[in-house]
Design a binder for this molecule. Structure first.
Ligand code: CA
Length: 360
């Protein structure tokens, strides 16, 4: 090969490489500025901090290439307008809970949580390793939404009451804020369920618009001040054993992101999903102690026969909903997973916790 041929080859490759570099530069410099709407009050402890942390993480990991501005409930859209806003593309992202959309998608509630369903740990395993997330994405696809699990509250409390619940008869006519399938179960047990966004609950209790309220658990309930407007704090949260929160992304916006930013969003959401659960686990008992010892909340367990009534009705309602083929499909996957993991949990976590609590 003559020297000029080497020279040509050199010029050719240095040309390619310089073109390639400039492409990468242009690609890297593209900045996305997105809006995220939530169902929670702005900066609300727990739930409301999940989207804030997601925004911070994504901003940091992407070196400012994806900037997300978080809007609390009512700032851009109402608490219950989050799904529609993301679906239409008027905003790129939302943070909420899938059971709020059961009117649009009856099977959606399985992706937040159903009465007597999966715990937080089991939900995460079903979604990430048990096929749940794939079904969830198929279900939201017609609405032009890409969902990612983004937070879990752990097992919730049944809620706040101003009268004791000693039997199923005590539920009769009781007006309680309790959304989702839990609300349907409560209705069939004789109660009167309503769904009111979190930010309006304290006033609704204070003015007597509602008689009882379930929100999350001690950490969040203390922040809302329910101890000032109700006396009895009932457990267990049979209706929400491990509720998953969702990050909603408009599909067109999602597809406009380069793969590295998509990976950053996925990983940041997964980190926030676990971080929120850790925060609840670390904060709930501290808050419960304060509620009982400082504020005089009376902690009570629901009577066994009331829990059994709720369990039977939950089963009935879920069985009836299986006439919808999508609900049937999601339920099958959910239930198969539940049966499978509970077999092992019975001899692992359950047996261990029993052994631990029996020790001196
Ligand atoms: Ca709740």
């Amino acid at each position: 090969m003559k020297i000029y041929q080497y020279l040509l080859i050199f010029i050719f490759f240095s040309g390619c490489s310089s073109d390639f570099d400039s492409d990468v530069e242009v690609f890297d410099q593209q900045t996305f500025k997105w809006s995220l709407v939530t169902t929670w009050p702005k900066n609300y402890p727990g739930l409301g901090m999940a989207p804030e942390r997601l925004a911070d993480l994504v901003n940091e990991m992407s070196n400012g290439r994806l900037q997300i501005t978080v809007y609390g409930a009512g700032e851009l859209v109402p608490a219950m307008g989050v799904f529609d806003a993301v679906s239409s593309g008027s905003v790129e992202m939302g943070h909420s809970g899938a059971y709020y959309w059961k009117g649009k998608i009856p099977a959606a509630q399985f992706f937040a949580g159903v009465p007597f369903g999966l715990t937080a740990k089991e939900m995460n395993a079903w979604l990430h390793r048990g096929g749940g997330l794939e079904i969830w994405r198929e279900l939201y696809e017609p609405f032009n939404i890409y969902p990612i699990p983004c937070g879990n509250t752990g097992t919730q409390m049944f809620g706040w009451f101003n009268k004791e619940i000693n039997s199923v008869a005590d539920l009769k006519g009781l007006k309680m804020r309790i959304p989702g399938v839990g609300g349907e179960v409560f209705k069939r047990a004789g109660g009167n369920p309503v769904n009111i966004p979190g930010g309006e609950l304290f006033t609704a209790m204070q003015t007597g618009t509602i008689d009882a309220v379930e929100w999350v658990g001690p950490f969040n309930d203390l922040a809302f001040g329910f101890q000032q407007v109700a006396k009895y704090y009932y457990y267990p949260g049979w209706h929400e054993p491990g509720s998953t929160l969702e990050l909603l992304i408009n599909n067109d916006a999602w597809n406009s992101l380069p793969p590295d930013l998509q990976a950053i969003v996925e990983v940041a959401a997964k980190a926030v999903n676990q971080d929120l659960l850790d925060e609840y686990t670390a904060s709930n008992n501290r808050a419960l102690k304060e509620l009982v010892e400082t504020h005089g909340a009376v902690l009570k367990k629901l009577p066994d026969d009331v829990i059994e009534e709720f369990r039977q009705i939950s089963k009935e309602i879920i069985n009836e909903s299986l006439s919808d083929p999508t609900v049937k499909l999601v339920h099958q996957s959910f239930q198969d997973f539940l049966s499978e993991v509970s077999n092992y949990h019975a001899i692992a976590e359950d047996a261990f916790v029993e052994a631990r609590s029996n020790s001196d």
